[in-house]
Design a protein around this ligand. Structure first.
Ligand code: ZN
Length: 595
C-alpha cells in the first residue's frame, strides 16, 4: 500500500460508518448467523410440499432473506472497509458459503412454485393475507407461460454451465491470455497498457499517448477477432435459442418481459437518440475547436476540454454544497441527508486496504443504508456524495414504506434517484458559480455525461438489437459482419464531424456487457428519466417533489414503468427522453457561450 494513506484507526469515528447499528457486536452476529443457517434446513424441508404449503413456504422464504441480509451486510461492509481485516474476511467468507448453500438447497423453490396450476397462483395473488407477496406472485405469473414441462426444464438446467461458456471464454481470453503493447510516454518511459490503464491513457492530454493506447487496444483485439466473433456469436445464438425454447417471440422480448419493461421503451430510446444525433455532432464540433484540432479522431473523444478549473472541496464543504444543491428535494429529504452524515451511515475517507470507488448498500426497514466513499477534496467527489446518497434515499424511502418482499427496486430504475441528485446539483452549481471557467467545467462535465451515458450506451443497445436480429434471421455472425455493423453505427453517431478510424470497428470485441444482452440501455434510459425528473422538480416545485417521493417510496410494489409514472413521467412514451435531450441541447447552447 502506498505511504500517505491513513490507517483506519487514525480516522475520527464521525467519518466512519457504524456497523453496530446492524449488530451490537460480533457475538450478536454469530447468533444471527447460526439462526439463518438453521433456517436453510427447515426451508429445504418444503421440497415436494409446495402444492399444499405454498403460502407458508413463501412467508418462510422471505423471512429467511430478511434474516440473511443483515448477516451478510455486517460482514461484507466490515470487509469492504478493511480488506486486510482477517476476522471480517473470515465472516464474509462464511456468509458467502452460507448464501451458496442456501441457493443450492432452495433451487427447488421457484420451479416448484412455477409448476403449480395458474389458478392456484392467481388465487394466492388475490388473497389479502398474501398482499405483501403480490409483487413476487405477479412475477411468477409472468414467467408461468414461459415455463416448460418438468423434464424440459431439467434439460435446460443441465445446460446451465454450457450456456455460460461464451462469457467465461471471453473473460479468460481478455483478462488472462491477451497482452497489449506498451505506451511510450513523453518522459521517455514505457508504460504497460491494460484494460485498466487504457481508461487513463485515453483521457490523456497528450494526443500521442491516447493514440498509442487506442491503436494498442483496438489493434490487439482485432488480432483475436475471429475467436471473439465465434465466442460472442455463440452468446447471441444462445440468447436466441433460449428465447425460442421459452416461447418468447424474440431474444429482446425474453430480456424485457420478465422485468415488465415494454419493448417500445428500447425502440423509443434508439429513435429519440437518432433525432438528436445532429446535436451530438454539434457538440463534437465545439470539442474540435476547443482542443484546437483540425480533425477529431476516435481517440480524441475522451480527453478533457476544460482542465484548468480546480476547486478544493474538503468533505465538510462538499457535504454542505450537496445539502444546498438538493434543497429542492424537500425539507424532510434534507433532514435525512443531515442524519446520514452524523448518524454513522457514511465511511468517508480512503484508508489502508479499503475498497476503492463508492457505493450505497440497501439496508433494511430497521437499519439505515450504508455509503462507502473515498473522498478526494474535489468537485467529482462532491457529485459522488450526491449520487450515492441518492441511492441511499431511494432505499431508505422504499424500505420504510414497503413490506420487506417489496422493498428492492428494479434494475430499470436503479440509477434514477442517484443521477437525479447529480443533475439537480449540477443546475444549482451552474447558478452559484458564475465565473466562466467554472461554467465551462460544469457544462462540459454534464455534456460528457450525456455523451458517454446516453449516446454511447444507446449505440451499444442498437448494436445488440441489430446483431440479435441477424442471428434470428440466420445470418452469419463473423468478425467481418459484426465489425461492419459496429463501424457503420460509429459512422452514423460520429461520422459528420469525426474521423471514424478503421480500428474502431474492433471496439465491440472488448465490451463485456454484451455477454449480458439487452442490459446497457438502462444506463441511457436511467439518465434520461433522472434528467427529466430533476427538470420537473426544478420547474414545478412542490407537486413534482411530492410525486417524486411516491416514486422513491414505491420499491417493487408496482412495475418499474408504473413507479416512474408515480413521479409523473411515462417512459413508455418518447416524451421524457425528448425532455432530457432538450436539456442536453440547452447545456450545449450555454457551453458555446462560455467557450
Ligand atoms: Zn450509482
Amino acid at each position: 500500500m502506498a505511504s500517505g494513506i491513513p490507517k483506519r484507526q487514525d480516522i475520527a469515528p464521525e467519518y466512519k460508518w457504524n456497523l453496530n447499528h446492524i449488530f451490537q457486536n460480533d457475538e450478536a452476529w454469530e447468533t444471527a448467523y447460526a439462526a439463518a443457517k438453521e433456517k436453510v434446513a427447515s426451508l429445504a424441508a418444503y421440497e415436494g410440499q409446495l402444492a399444499e404449503k405454498a403460502e407458508e413456504a413463501i412467508r418462510a422464504y422471505f423471512d429467511f432473506q430478511d434474516e440473511l441480509t443483515p448477516v451478510f451486510d455486517y460482514a461484507f461492509l466490515a470487509k469492504e472497509a478493511d480488506n486486510g481485516d482477517e476476522k471480517a474476511q473470515a465472516m464474509s467468507d462464511r456468509v458467502m458459503t452460507l448464501a451458496v448453500q442456501a441457493q443450492s438447497a432452495l433451487s427447488f423453490f421457484e420451479p416448484e412454485l412455477l409448476a403449480l396450476p395458474e389458478e392456484r397462483l392467481r388465487a394466492m395473488q388475490a388473497d389479502p393475507a398474501m398482499a405483501d407477496y403480490d409483487s413476487y406472485l405477479r412475477s411468477l405469473l409472468l414467467q408461468k407461460p414461459h415455463t416448460l414441462p418438468k423434464a424440459e426444464e431439467r434439460l435446460l438446467a443441465m445446460l446451465g454451465e454450457v450456456t455460460h461458456a461464451p462469457s467465461n471464454i471471453f473473460d479468460m481470453l481478455t483478462s488472462v491470455d491477451m497482452k497489449f503493447p506498451e505506451v511510450n510516454m513523453p518522459d521517455g518511459t514505457a508504460q504497460p497498457l491494460t484494460e485498466g490503464t487504457y481508461s487513463t491513457f485515453i483521457h490523456d492530454g497528450n494526443r500521442d499517448v491516447r493514440r498509442q493506447a487506442f491503436e494498442g487496444i483496438m489493434g490487439t483485439y482485432g488480432k483475436y477477432g475471429s475467436t471473439i466473433a465465434a465466442t460472442y456469436g455463440a452468446s447471441v445464438k444462445k440468447d436466441v435459442a433460449m428465447a425460442a425454447a421459452r416461447r418468447y417471440p424474440s431474444a429482446l422480448a425474453a430480456a424485457m418481459e420478465p422485468l415488465e419493461i415494454p419493448e417500445k421503451v428500447y425502440d423509443n430510446l434508439i429513435e429519440v437518440i437518432h433525432e438528436y444525433l445532429p446535436v451530438l455532432q454539434e457538440y463534437l464540433a465545439v470539442r474540435k475547436k476547443a482542443l484546437g484540432l483540425d480533425e477529431v479522431h476516435m481517440y480524441d473523444l475522451y480527453c478533457p476540454i476544460v482542465s484548468d478549473f480546480e476547486l478544493k472541496l474538503p468533505y465538510e464543504d462538499a457535504y454542505s454544497l450537496v445539502l444546498e444543491g438538493l434543497r429542492p428535494m424537500g425539507e424532510d429529504y434534507i433532514a435525512k441527508l443531515r442524519e446520514a452524515k452524523t448518524g454513522g451511515w457514511i465511511d468517508v475517507y480512503p484508508t489502508e486496504n479499503k475498497s476503492s470507488g463508492a457505493f450505497s448498500s440497501g439496508g433494511l426497514a430497521k437499519v439505515h443504508p450504508y455509503v462507502l466513499l473515498n473522498h478526494n477534496d474535489n468537485i467529482d467527489s462532491a457529485f459522488t456524495i450526491a449520487h450515492e446518497l441518492g441511492h441511499s434515499m431511494h432505499s431508505y424511502f422504499s424500505n420504510t414504506a414497503q413490506p420487506a418482499p417489496k422493498r428492492d427496486y428494479s434494475l430499470f430504475v436503479a440509477e434514477v434517484a442517484s443521477t437525479c441528485n447529480e443533475a439537480t446539483m449540477m443546475r444549482y452549481l451552474l447558478e452559484k458559480w458564475q465565473e466562466p471557467r467554472a461554467q465551462a467545467y460544469l457544462l462540459n462535465y454534464f455534456l460528457e455525461q450525456f455523451r458517454t451515458t446516453c449516446f454511447r450506451q444507446t449505440m451499444f443497445a442498437e448494436f445488440e438489437r441489430t446483431v440479435h436480429e441477424m442471428a434470428q434471421r440466420g445470418e452469419p455472425l463473423t468478425k467481418a459482419t459484426l465489425s461492419e455493423v459496429y463501424y457503420e453505427l460509429n459512422k452514423t453517431y460520429y461520422g459528420e464531424t469525426c474521423v471514424v478510424d478503421e480500428l474502431i470497428a474492433n471496439e465491440w470485441m472488448r465490451i463485456p456487457h454484451f455477454y449480458n444482452a439487452f442490459y446497457v440501455y438502462v444506463y441511457a434510459t436511467g439518465l434520461c428519466a433522472a434528467v427529466s425528473l430533476s427538470d420537473r422538480i426544478l420547474t414545478e416545485g412542490e407537486p413534482a417533489v411530492k410525486a417524486y417521493r411516491q416514486f422513491l417510496s414505491a420499491g417493487s410494489s408496482v412495475p418499474p414503468i408504473d413507479a416512474l409514472k408515480l413521479a409523473g413521467i411515462d417512459m413508455s412514451s418518447p416524451e421524457p427522453l425528448r425532455r432530457a435531450m432538450e436539456v442536453f441541447k440547452d447545456t450545449l447552447r450555454r457551453f458555446r457561450q462560455v467557450m
